[in-house]
Design a protein around this ligand. Sequence first.
Ligand code: F6P
Length: 358
Amino acid sequence: MKIAINTGGGDAPGLNAAIRSSVLSALKRGWEVYGIRNGYGSLYTDDPFIRLDEDRVRGITMRGGTILGTANRGNPFEMPIRQENGSWEVEDRSDRVVEVFEEHGIEALVAIGGDGSMHIANRLTEKGIRIVGVPKTIDNDIWGCDITLGFDTATTTATEAIDKLTTTAEAHQRIMVVEMMGRYAGWITLHSGLAASADVILIPEIPFSLDIVADKIRHLDANGHNYAIVVVAEGAVEKGGERFVKGKKAGQAEILGGVGEYLEKELGERTGKESRSIVLGHLQRGGTPSSLDRLISLRYGAAAIRAVENSNFNRLVVMQENQLRLIPISDVADKIKTVPLDGDTIRTAQEIGICLGE
Ligand code: F6P
């Protein structure tokens, strides 16, 4: 058996652990394993694969990033191609993926990725490529999966950042607004905000009212708490407002950002308090994976190889109620898992008096 492994989309802590366990589990079965360099984009180059052996994956479990490299612009169905006039157009180059796999005798693909990668995987399965998916993203927004690899580390990093920002906010009696990643889901923001005792948590699932947030800060002040921590997801929207989008390039997802700066200004003006904002950005994606992320990544990687061995193709390995299960990739493609508003985490935030902007 000859298999390939791809890491696609934004990196996440735990990717290397998943690569390592897939590789070692496959080698144990006597298979050959190839990593795709820097995402699908390299399939259009002369040297798309890295042969993966025991030496290549030794000592990588604790390393962030991905030894294979990744890319956010490698969708073979929407490949940005530079035109003769210098402009960029997206073209469908997916047939080449099938050709390259055939030329190299690759029989199955372990696709480690997020919602974008699962969308691509679903379309590649329709072209006959046999795929098992592994759920990766700090955003934790893959439908049907309780926890994606990378989420725990990102949340821990964000929690530690809020802790640090709290002491400086307190010293200066300021409002500190912390903008977090997560795209259209508020998982990182809600979990880290709760864990770090933020006063206000704003997530995309609950459009916020500035008046209500400002009231909360005034109320804190009136009770002698003269600083406030506001955490906001990059995808959060004001009631009746638009999402903050910084840009969009051909063949790529939109880049979100700006809501933190907006809140800094608006809340400062409304409350008369000094206000500062910070964007945590890619800090949340970097660094050493937590032990939970290492463990689930190792489990996901090994489970993917078991699925390949059992010809359970076109399936995604997921965690549901603490059990690993396989679900059809087609069930997941083009959906996202947002924070359930009737879940106990939201209720906990409400019951302990955190303002959710509503
Ligand atoms: O999907 C992971 C993620 O980190 C999102 O939270 C964020 O919006 C996006 O990727 C940022 O992507 P890029 O690395 O292309 O700026």
